[in-house]
Design a protein around this ligand. Structure first.
Ligand code: ADP
Length: 416
């Protein structure tokens, strides 16, 4: 069966966020880790998760092209290039160069571009991106270590990244007037040779209207927000069936490498409620101890009794002390490798329901488990769905650091 939508996401957690929004509006979605090598059946959309946000431009373009070719081969009539809702990019790209390559590949006349997601405080007005009540350039994003965003004018930001195409603007006035005026404005811009157009959106209604205007277009470029309007274009409506996963089985475990405030609170709550927990000490790993084996020896006999937790999660002072001794990068890599081995050992010991906390930690665990695709299921908390990995018959939830309420670890398992 042909896909209804083919998505290319420039990072892993962004892919999950987009997939989650599509599922909630009624699409059956698989998130593929990298470009798949075989067809994926029984779904409406595939989200190909790349690591292209901060990759060298040529690499990002090549990966995105490969993903686009595969998605088009699967029959997807529309491609959705998912970018960060704060438009994270550098003066070189990669949003502009990838968008230009996809314009060429799809033959798109004028592509709507919007990172808006009002439900999470991202709005675009007269081409300027706001984060909550602040202009992007006044928000903490101006200090981002890899992609500092110092200009909120997205027409200017995107134009600076483009080498071939001109960038235009569809303003709130057209958006408020409805889907037809938006489509007419995009046509008018196309007539002037403008191939990419930032589109204003300050409400969910604006995004749904834009999705209608874009129904017949071969390409859209957006944050995860625009996804809320797309399933309805194919006659789909929110349904439990779209999020249905096979029945969960096996032991329950949590592997946590995130040191964010939210994760620290979740770990503390889990311990306070008497959960079985093993703390990974990065200094002992660095000293050559087999901490992964110790962790597995501790939690394996406790699996039958309930959920077990293995964590490197620590308060900022403790993390700083470790980083001063080992260096932040080495400490991170040692901990990630250890937790990934723990995740693999847990699954081999019969864990069938695994929750991983931390973006980088999730990447390391998914890689160690050798997973290439995840069917997206019901949402635990905003942005974090349960997934099912058919290759290991494993239910998996990947939580990026600051997501989830304080009782997330407990609540997640009650949902399966
Ligand atoms: P988040 O989503 O909260 O940013 P990540 O997993 O992406 O979480 O990043 C956390 C990083 O911190 C990882 O590289 C992890 O290995 C590292 N780390 C975890 N615990 C410790 C610790 N106790 N000391 C130093 N580094 C740690």
């Amino acid at each position: 069966m042909a896909l209804l939508l083919g998505c290319i996401a420039d990072d892993f957690t962004g892919a999950t966020d987009l997939a989650n929004n599509l599922v909630r509006e009624g699409m059956r979605v698989v998130q593929a880790i990298g470009v798949p090598t075989a067809p994926i059946d029984g779904v409406d959309a595939v989200v190909v998760a790349l690591k292209s946000r901060t990759a060298p431009v040529a690499e990002a373009v090549a990966q995105s092209r490969a993903a686009a070719h595969w998605l088009k081969e699967q029959g997807a009539p529309q491609l959705y290039f998912k970018v960060c809702s704060t438009f994270d990019s550098t003066p070189q790209g990669n949003i502009g160069p990838v968008a230009e390559a996809l314009v060429e590949l799809t033959g798109a006349r004028c592509v709507p571009v919007t990172p808006a997601f009002p439900a999470t405080g991202r709005t675009v007005y007269l081409g300027h991106l706001f984060v909550g009540e602040l202009l992007l350039s006044d928000s903490p994003m101006r200090h981002h270590p890899l992609t500092p965003m110092t200009d909120a004018n997205l027409v200017r930001v995107l134009q600076a990244q483009c080498v071939r195409e001109r960038v235009g603007l569809v303003t709130q006035r057209d958006v408020a007037a409805g889907a037809t005026p938006i489509a007419q404005r995009l046509d008018e811009l196309a007539g002037q040779g403008v191939r990419l157009a930032i589109v204003d959106a300050t409400s969910d209604g604006d995004l749904r209207t834009l999705a209608t205007a874009a129904r017949e277009l071969p390409l859209v470029v957006a944050g995860s927000g625009l996804a809320i309007g797309i399933p309805a274009q194919h006659g789909l409506a929110p349904s439990a069936a779209a999020a249905a996963l096979p029945p969960a089985q096996g032991g329950r475990a949590i592997v946590s490498g995130s040191c964010s405030a939210a994760t620290n609170a979740q770990v503390a709550q889990f311990k306070a409620q008497g959960g079985a927990a093993f703390a990974v000490d990065p200094l002992r790993i660095a000293a050559g101890q087999d901490v992964a084996a110790e962790a597995l020896a501790f939690v394996r006999p406790r699996l039958a009794a309930g959920t077990v937790l293995v964590h490197a999660t620590a308060e900022p002072d403790a993390v700083r002390a470790v980083q001063q001794q080992l260096g932040a990068e080495r400490a991170g890599a040692l901990v990630e490798a250890t937790l990934a081995r723990v995740a693999l050992g847990l699954v081999e010991a019969g864990v069938g329901q695994l929750l991983v906390a931390g973006g980088e930690t999730s990447g390391a665990c998914v890689q160690a488990l050798g997973l290439t695709r995840l069917r997206i299921g019901p949402q635990i908390d905003p942005g974090v769905p349960w997934c099912h990995a058919p290759e290991r018959s494993l239910h998996l939830a990947l939580k990026s650091g600051n997501f989830g309420g304080v009782d997330f670890f407990h609540r997640a398992f009650t949902l399966l």
